[in-house]
Design a binder for this molecule. Structure first.
Ligand SMILES: [Fe+2]
Ligand SMILES: [Fe+2]
Length: 281
């Protein structure tokens, strides 16, 4: 994807920035050497900046990978957390740990803490974690054995009505954050890149080669964030929005509106890949 108008490409070539995007790299599914090799491979391509849309590792090692990336990359690295990043820990605990570790990192920044990042004078990057928030689809029909309910402290041992409340609240939390930062981003930039973990729209939810149905949507879309993004895009056709996300591991490239484009990364566990290098003007 490029937010650069093709007729202007030559003229602006020197002003563009290359944004490398990866998602769901799940470094806990490869041995540490292979994980380190993948990070080095990303860095060796000399991007201007990197964005990672969650599911980097798990609660036990997320801080170590953040520090490793900080030492390996020569450019800014922005990330959001995915549900797997909380596995074997708690949401609060991981967020606290990540907040603390990124206070001391030079290049690697957690987007909810970074706020509005001006990649170029016309393009802003913002982001927040997002969650499968049980807003879309039918939660009563949804998959009952999500690993999240086993490995994330806040969800362990909860009855389903309580789980639904927690998922709703997590989605709302992300949506409120986005509603807070979007106006500033839109004031400062025409092009807005939103990084998040969970696809905010049903149209972009593909899982195991099939479009997400009522059973999958509750855990594979963040409906509350979708409402905020769609409203912003509908209210200003002047702005162009690109949403980058992962979570479903199923490729999607969809225009929800003429000025609202969403891309979902395809990835297999144990085989981290670079999704795209985006030319940003
Ligand atoms: Fe994932
Ligand atoms: Fe995920």
């Amino acid at each position: 994807m490029s937010v650069l108008k093709s007729s202007k490409k030559e003229e602006h070539r020197k002003q563009t920035l290359s944004l490398m995007w990866a998602t769901d790299i799940h470094l806990d599914h490869v041995n540490p050497e292979k994980g380190a090799m993948f990070i080095k491979e990303m860095a060796s391509k000399n991007p201007s900046a990197v964005v990672i849309t969650g599911d980097i590792s798990t609660a036990e090692t997320i801080d170590k990978w953040i520090i490793y990336m900080d030492r390996t990359f020569n450019c800014p690295v922005y990330f959001v957390l995915g549900n797997h990043d909380y596995y074997h820990g708690s949401i609060e605990g991981v967020r606290q740990k990540v907040r603390q570790v990124t206070r001391n990192t030079v290049r690697v920044k957690w987007l909810p803490e970074a706020g509005v990042v001006m990649l170029t004078p016309t393009t802003a990057l913002i982001g927040c974690d997002g969650w499968g928030d049980a807003k879309l689809g039918d939660f009563d029909m949804a998959e009952t054995r999500m690993s999240d309910y086993i490995y994330i402290k806040e969800l362990v041992g909860m009855e389903r009505p309580r789980i639904k409340q927690i998922l709703n609240a997590l989605g709302l939390d992300s949506a409120r954050y986005l509603a807070r930062v979007l106006p500033e981003a839109m004031n400062r930039a025409q092009f807005i890149i939103i990084a998040t973990h969970v696809p905010p729209f049903a149209e972009a939810c593909w899982h195991q080669g099939r479009r997400g149905d009522a059973r999958w949507l509750p855990n594979y879309t963040c409906g509350s964030m979708g409402e905020v993004i769609q409203t912003a895009a509908q209210n200003s056709m002047y702005h162009q929005f690109l949403v980058l996300c992962g979570h479903t591991h199923g490729y999607a490239d969809v225009h929800i509106l003429p000025n609202l484009h969403i891309k979902v990364g395809e990835v297999e566990y144990g085989n981290p890949v670079i999704q795209d290098i985006i030319n940003v003007c």
